[in-house]
Design a protein around this ligand. Structure first.
Ligand code: HEC
Ligand code: HEC
Ligand code: HEC
Ligand code: HEC
Ligand code: HEC
Length: 160
């Protein structure tokens, strides 16, 4: 009984800490990328790691320049110049797990064949970048799906 109470108090404590850290500060991306306009391009063209590694990754500018030799649409020429000269991918992730957790896209996309939307909501159909993670993936969400799908509920599977 006291063990159950202890666990319950701990869980409430964790969710309080989580709630106080929410929402995180807004992120500004180098330009207003429009996913909906790129609906004909497979997600993996720009997020090359989804099937093969832990990180989905962001597109290096060479991927954009391969289709857009010059600034597309309403994009300012100088902003496009800066983007196309960037040595590494200039995009900032909004979805981040704490250091003590382990997550792999390959496992969920290539093996479990889950839809991106089951964890990221409608990001792939948005017309502007989300300033914050639109979907809050808490431990309880991970564990709820794992229970439903018969995947591991071992603490050590997600905490390494
Ligand atoms: C496989 C080809 C392809 C790649 C790769 C690609 N685009 Fe595009 N992009 C398009 C096409 C096609 C359109 C035009 C869609 C339309 O007319 O509705 C477009 C339109 C745009 C527009 C204009 C939207 C508007 O307001 O009219 C912007 C901005 C843009 N892309 C930015 C990027 C960026 C940034 C990257 C790299 C992260 C990128 N694109 C990668 C094919 C591509
Ligand atoms: C032409 C390149 C391109 C394609 C195709 C593309 N994305 Fe993206 N994606 C980006 C860029 C650039 C960003 C960062 C700016 C933003 O958030 O819009 C991004 C951001 C994201 C994020 C936010 C990551 C985070 O930190 O939370 C998700 C989720 C995402 N994309 C999912 C998808 C899905 C799902 C598809 C396919 C339906 C897709 N993307 C197709 C270029 C692309
Ligand atoms: C089972 C849940 C889940 C699924 C399915 C999923 N993601 Fe993610 N995604 C995450 C989590 C969790 C993170 C944060 C990872 C971290 O911080 O280590 C993330 C991060 C990202 C990022 C930020 C950059 C990075 O590499 O961390 C992009 C882009 C992204 N996902 C795109 C996609 C796309 C595209 C798909 C579908 C092909 C997809 N994700 C499917 C949970 C998921
Ligand atoms: C399916 C994956 C998964 C499993 C299984 C899992 N966790 Fe977690 N856990 C997470 C993720 C993701 C977070 C970070 C997000 C959050 O705080 O909700 C987290 C956060 C935590 C935290 C930190 C809470 C905080 O306030 O930062 C603790 C402590 C923890 N887990 C303990 C455990 C224990 C003990 C087990 C086994 C009974 C376990 N976890 C099983 C994914 C998992
Ligand atoms: C929508 C369902 C779903 C969600 C949400 C989900 N997972 Fe999973 N996860 C799965 C399935 C299904 C597998 C088994 C994949 C396979 O066949 O290997 C899996 C496998 C894993 C594994 C490998 C376990 C092992 O056996 O070693 C880890 C680690 C993992 N998930 C972490 C996470 C974390 C962390 C989160 C939350 C941020 C999360 N998952 C959210 C469905 C999900």
């Amino acid at each position: 009984m006291s063990r159950a109470l202890g666990l319950a108090a701990y869980a409430v404590g964790c969710s309080l800490v989580w709630a106080m850290a929410w929402p995180p500060p807004a992120v500004t991306q180098p330009l207003a990328f429009d996913h909906a306009r790129h609906a004909g391009v497979a997600c993996g063209v720009c997020h090359a790691g989804v099937e093969s590694s832990s990180r989905a990754g962001f597109p290096p500018s060479a991927v954009c320049v391969a289709c857009h030799a010059s600034a597309p649409g309403q994009v300012d020429g100088r902003a496009w110049e800066a983007l196309s000269r960037a040595a590494s991918s200039p995009w900032t992730p909004v979805t981040r797990l704490p250091e003590h957790t382990w997550f792999s896209h390959r496992r969920h996309v290539a093996l479990a064949r889950l839809d991106c939307a089951s964890c990221h909501g409608d990001v792939g159909r948005r017309t502007t970048p989300p300033p914050r993670n639109p979907v809050r993936l808490a431990m309880s969400d991970c564990v709820a799906c794992h229970r439903h799908e018969g995947a591991s509920e071992d603490c050590a599977a997600c905490h390494r």
